[in-house]
Write a protein that binds this ligand. Sequence first.
Ligand code: ADP
Length: 271
Amino acid sequence: MIEKYQLNENSKVKHTIAVMSGKGGVGKSSVTSLLAVALMEQGMKVGIMDADITGPSIPKVFGLSGKRARGTEELIFPVETAKGIKVMSINLLIENDEDPVVWRGPVLSGIIKRFYSEVAWGELDVLLIDMPPGTGDVPLTVMQSVPVDGIVVISSPQDLVGLIVKKSINMANMLHTPILGLIENMAYLDCPDCGSQHHVFGKSKVPEVAAQHNLPVIASLPIDPKLAELSDEGKVELYGKINYTFGENFGSKVENMMAELKKKPVILPTF
Ligand code: ADP
């Protein structure tokens, strides 16, 4: 019997969205952060559960490196970003955030349970779960034990060539978790000199894969060194302000995504 995790009585979450990718390095954590900022800027209360336990990067991009989460015997309190996004990550709990996490699958799954059930998330409109890449133990635990009401799959153009994205899509389908759509990251480069778009990784296969699975492409994001730079500096929250066009466009796409999510029938967890 698969255990279903429950929130504590201090927490109420309206929507839980898991962010997946076929493999690492495609910008899953960056896009999770941008999604969180876009949702927050629409007036929602947002939390990020960093389920990428062996490669946590959420605290760093929000400038929370070195911060520690406080706790009581029963609860762990998330750390808030400058703009009030609540974050829980293993790097906010371990002594030295450069220490590797070398735990095996069952321990990792235990952490997911604690992050979901013991963190005082409070009232959230959206809890985003930054999944580890691939289709291993942790994504399986999240999909089976947490009431996820939508999945967003992040891919880069070259990622699709290897059919890896299809594995994530097929996993979600097997576990009957609805997919909200795909976000293509690093899709093109806006040339600062000639003004045209360069498709550095070749012609995108995202629309094709999305159509095959009857899924929408939520957004296509360019390669932007400014995003990498701000993330490195822990200032990802400022990206939409610096790149105003991005902030506007992405924000409206995220708004559409949420409108679609709200149309879907609510799947009540069977506890
Ligand atoms: P993942 O979570 O998939 O492993 P990350 O979000 O950590 O990937 O991104 C990997 C690296 O690529 C980071 O250094 C990040 O700043 C950079 N990056 C992600 N998306 C973009 C983008 N659209 N443009 C430029 N750099 C990006």
